[in-house]
Write a protein that binds this ligand. Structure first.
Ligand code: FEO
Length: 398
C-alpha cells in the first residue's frame, strides 16, 4: 500500500497483508489490510495503528509525511491486536501528547499492554477535539466489534473512520471501493458481516439509528480493513448493513451436510430436488469441501437451513459439530431449520442437531428424518415430506 491522500490533509498510511489466510477460523482467501490514517493539521493525529508484524510498513508511510515524533495525538478506535499490536513500539517512537480512547478502550489497553504511564484521554459519544481547521468527534460503538470500539468522525470532511465496521478482508493496492475491478467486493463485505458482526446485529441496528439521530453526514467511510467507501458507495454499504442487521433474507435454503458412506448424501440430494420443486433457491453445501466461513456468508440471506449428518460415536460427524459450534456463536436469526441423517445402530445425530437449534431459538420446520443404514424409496418419501415442510415454513415467513 502506498500513502494516499483520501481527503485534504488526511492520509491512508496502513499496511497490506497479502498472505493471511485464516483469521480466527474465518478463511481470508483474499488477504486483508490493517488501515491507519494520519490527519495533518495544527495538531497531527494518527487514527489506529497496525498489527505488530506490520509496524515498519506504518512507520515507512508516516515518515513520507511527517517526522513521527511530531505526531501529537493517537486515537485508538479499537484495541484488538490487528489494530494495536504495534502500539507499544509506536508509542515509544512518537510519544504523543494524548492517547484518545473510550472508557472500555482504556480498560482494554491496560489489560493488554500494562502501561499505566501512557497519556490516556477517555472520550465518550459526542466529545469533540479541535485539531486546527478540522475537528474530530467520537462515537462509541460497543461490540462493533469489541466493548471498546468507537468511530471517529471529521465533520468538515464528512469522513467517518469506522474501525471494524463496514470492513472487508481484501488485500489490494487500490484504496477505494469504486477502484476495485474485482466484482467480489460486496460478497467480501457480506462475508465479513456474516462472520464477524451477525452476532452483534442489534448493536449495528442501534448504531445506524444513532448516526441518523445525530444527523451525521457521510461522504466517505474509512474502515480499518479493506477499501474505503466514498460517494455513492457509502449509501450501498449502509443499505446492505440495514438489510443484514434486520435479518432480511431471500427464499433461499441451504442443505448443509456430511456423509460417511453416501446414505446421508443420497437423502440430501432428494431433499434438495424437492426444495427446488417447491420454488426455493437451493444450495447444496457439503461440509468436506465448503469452509465454515463461506457457508456463513450464504447463511446471511437464507431463510432455511437443513442440516444432514450421519451418526458417528453417538454424535454428529466432526465437521458438522465444527460448523454448528461456529454457527451457534454467531446466532443468526429469522431462519427455520430441519435435520436428517443416516445411522448404523444408535442414530443420535439428528437429535443433537435439533437440540442445538432449539437452544438458539431457531424453529424446527420438521422433527427430522433418520434412516438406518441405506435409504429405501419410502425413506426418500420421508425426505420429500421434510423438504415440503421447509418450503411451507419459508413461504409463511415475511
Ligand atoms: Fe479488526 Fe476487531 O479487529
Amino acid at each position: 500500500m502506498s500513502v494516499t491522500e483520501i481527503k485534504e490533509n488526511v492520509f491512508s498510511v496502513g499496511a497490506v497483508d497479502w498472505n493471511i489466510r485464516d483469521f480466527h477460523g474465518y478463511s481470508t482467501e483474499k488477504g486483508t489490510t490493517y488501515n491507519s490514517y494520519l490527519i495533518k493539521d495544527e495538531k497531527i493525529a494518527l487514527v489506529d495503528t497496525v498489527k505488530k508484524e506490520f509496524k515498519d510498513d506504518l512507520l515507512f508511510h508516516l515518515s513520507e509525511l511527517v517526522d513521527p515524533e511530531k505526531i501529537d495525538y493517537l486515537i485508538v478506535n479499537h484495541v484488538e491486536m490487528d489494530h494495536s499490536g504495534s502500539l507499544p513500539e509506536i508509542m515509544d517512537i512518537i510519544k504523543p501528547e494524548k492517547l484518545f480512547c473510550s472508557k472500555n478502550g482504556h480498560k482494554a489497553l491496560l489489560e493488554h499492554f500494562h502501561r499505566e504511564d501512557w497519556p490516556y484521554e477517555i472520550v465518550k459519544t459526542g466529545d469533540t477535539i479541535k485539531l486546527g481547521k478540522k475537528t474530530v468527534t467520537f462515537l462509541e460503538t460497543p461490540m462493533l466489534h469489541w466493548p471498546d470500539s468507537m468511530f471517529t468522525y471529521i465533520p468538515e470532511d464528512k469522513l467517518l473512520f469506522s474501525s471494524d465496521g463496514f470492513g472487508q478482508h481484501i488485500a489490494s493496492t487500490e484504496r477505494y471501493a469504486d477502484e476495485l475491478n474485482d466484482c467480489d467486493l460486496m460478497h467480501q463485505a457480506a462475508k465479513y458481516y456474516s462472520n464477524i458482526l451477525t452476532v452483534f446485529s442489534p448493536n449495528v441496528k442501534r448504531l445506524l439509528a444513532k448516526v441518523a439521530e445525530m444527523g451525521i453526514e457521510i461522504d466517505m467511510i474509512a474502515p480499518d480493513h479493506g477499501v474505503i467507501w466514498r460517494g455513492e458507495s457509502c449509501g450501498e454499504i449502509i443499505s446492505a448493513y440495514e438489510r443484514w442487521c434486520n435479518y432480511i433474507s431471500a427464499d433461499k435454503v441451504l442443505v448443509i451436510y456430511d456423509s460417511m458412506w453416501h446414505s446421508t448424501e443420497k437423502m440430501a440430494k432428494v431433499i434438495g430436488s424437492e426444495l427446488a420443486r417447491g420454488g426455493l433457491e437451493v444450495k447444496m453445501l457439503n461440509l468436506k469441501v465448503n469452509h465454515r466461513s463461506d457457508i456463513m456468508t450464504d447463511v446471511l440471506d437464507a431463510k432455511a437451513l437443513i442440516l444432514g449428518s450421519s451418526t458417528l460415536n453417538n454424535n454428529m460427524l466432526p465437521v458438522m459439530a465444527d460448523f454448528i459450534t461456529y454457527f451457534k456463536g454467531l446466532r443468526p436469526k429469522n431462519k427455520v431449520v430441519a435435520a436428517f441423517g443416516s445411522y448404523g445402530w444408535s442414530g443420535e445425530a439428528v437429535k443433537h442437531i435439533n437440540q442445538v437449534m432449539e437452544a438458539i431459538n431457531l424453529p424446527l420446520a420438521h422433527p427430522g428424518v433418520r434412516v438406518r443404514n441405506v435409504p429405501r424409496p419410502e425413506h426418500f418419501e420421508e425426505c420429500q415430506e421434510l423438504a415440503r415442510a421447509v418450503v411451507a415454513a419459508v413461504k409463511e415467513m415475511a
